[in-house]
Ligand binder design. Structure first.
Ligand code: NAP
Ligand code: GDD
Length: 322
């Protein structure tokens, strides 16, 4: 048991919930930044049974004073910046708010850490979206970036701000370049969860078709529960660094759909409708990560196959639809 304190922005999101669970299990005091919303955003913490164990602190990534207060109240040894407008599709509709939250918001957190406790270890939730139009078949920490969405552009700013604070102020700042990771707690707008939710509804007779965009896109999908362990391992190192976290396997959206439908004995071709509404102005056609550095330096390896992951998600959605 560590007795350490952690502050998590984005604590109500998919990764925030799993990371809270992991850190609580290690004996951390977990503080989470809670942005003011009119709806209930605590359902993920509730599903994991940890809603009462996380100390929620009101604040917003675009309000530096609230972040300074959160640092003071939490007395955090480790700060995980997971908060973001994280849906790529929306970033074309709301490019400026995406830049403010995902780019400037990360800078605000770095500033709050630098001002209140520059010795705290900082983790930035960077993304394989920064590789965008990929410049190498397998993307590693040394692959050049080429973002293809306003989201990817904003995240690239946050990534370089993290590197810059490490180099400028000697801060223990790490950038985790995580490839797509999913779970039963995934937001419904992301393609895996949209599919597993649809499979459950179709199986229960509540939906008759599934409308998708580009099913030829390929992603390197892993399980969020595995990936939050890599985040924690980064903050435990002697110095901060940049790490790709991925499975090293890529799969088409089409094949992922087949896995989901086959899990309940159905055929995807009987329900799938291609709808151009879900195409993006610029697509990231393929992502495939090289997690060799995370393997050797962090000792991290993914534990969950895509079949296990999608099966877990379909089963959870079947329970929700029963
Ligand atoms: P998520 O489920 O969309 O969660 C995003 C979180 O950010 C939510 O808690 C949300 O709060 C919070 N947030 C949004 N705007 C905020 C603001 N202005 N101030 C404070 N908090 C705000 O995302 P996720 O899948 O857990 O991903 C976690 C992080 O990793 C994100 O930064 C994402 O961009 C990045 N990432 C994700 C993946 C992936 O495949 N999941 C891969 C690479 C990187 P509300 O609940 O109140 O909206
Ligand atoms: N969401 C969605 N909905 N995606 C679709 C659909 C659809 O109906 N049809 C096809 N797709 C394709 C998208 O065009 C994309 O190529 C792929 O499915 C995955 O889309 P998402 O699940 O929305 O994820 P993403 O790859 O754009 O972004 C996620 O992963 C990033 C890491 O690479 C998000 O979690 C980002 O926050 C994260 O940084």
């Amino acid at each position: 048991m560590t007795g350490k304190s952690a502050l998590i922005t984005g604590v109500t999101g998919q990764d925030g919930a799993y990371l809270s669970q992991l850190l609580l299990g290690k004996g951390y005091r977990v503080h989470g930044l809670l942005a003011r919303r009119s709806t209930d955003t605590l359902w993920r913490l509730r599903e994991l049974g940890i809603e009462r164990d996380v100390n929620l602190i009101d604040g917003d990534l675009n309000d530096l004073s609230s972040l300074i207060r959160a640092m003071e109240v939490s007395r955090a040894d480790e700060v995980y910046n997971l908060g973001a407008q994280s849906f790529v599709g929306t970033s074309w509709q709301q490019p400026i708010v995406t830049a403010q939250i995902d780019g400037v918001g990360a800078l605000n957190v770095l500033e709050a850490v630098r001002i209140v406790n520059a010795k705290a270890h900082f983790y930035q939730a960077s993304t394989s979206e920064m590789f965008g139009l990929i410049q190498a078949e397998k993307q590693s920490e040394t692959t050049p970036f080429y973002p293809r969405s306003p989201y990817g552009v904003a995240k690239l700013m946050a990534h370089w701000a993290t590197v810059n604070y490490r180099e400028s102020f000697g801060m223990h700042a790490s950038s985790g370049i995580l490839f797509n990771h999913e779970s039963p707690l995934r937001g419904i707008e992301f393609v895996t969860r949209k599919v597993t939710d649809a499979v459950a509804r179709i199986k229960r007779g509540k939906q008759s078709e599934l409308r998708l965009g580009n099913i030829d896109a390929k992603r390197d999908w892993g399980f969020a529960g595995d990936y939050v362990e890599a985040m924690w391992l980064m903050t435990q190192q002697q110095v901060g660094g940049d790490f790709v976290v991925a499975t090293g396997t890529t799969t088409t959206v089409r094949r992922m759909c087949e896995i989901a439908f086959e899990h309940v004995g159905l055929k995807v071709e009987d329900y799938l409708v291609i709808d151009p509404e879900f195409y993006r102005p610029a697509e990231v056609d393929v992502l495939l990560g090289d997690p060799a550095k995370a393997n050797t330096v962090l000792g991290w390896t993914p534990k969950t196959s895509l079949e296990q992951l999608i099966g877990m998600m379909v089963d959870a959605d079947l329970r929700r639809q029963s």
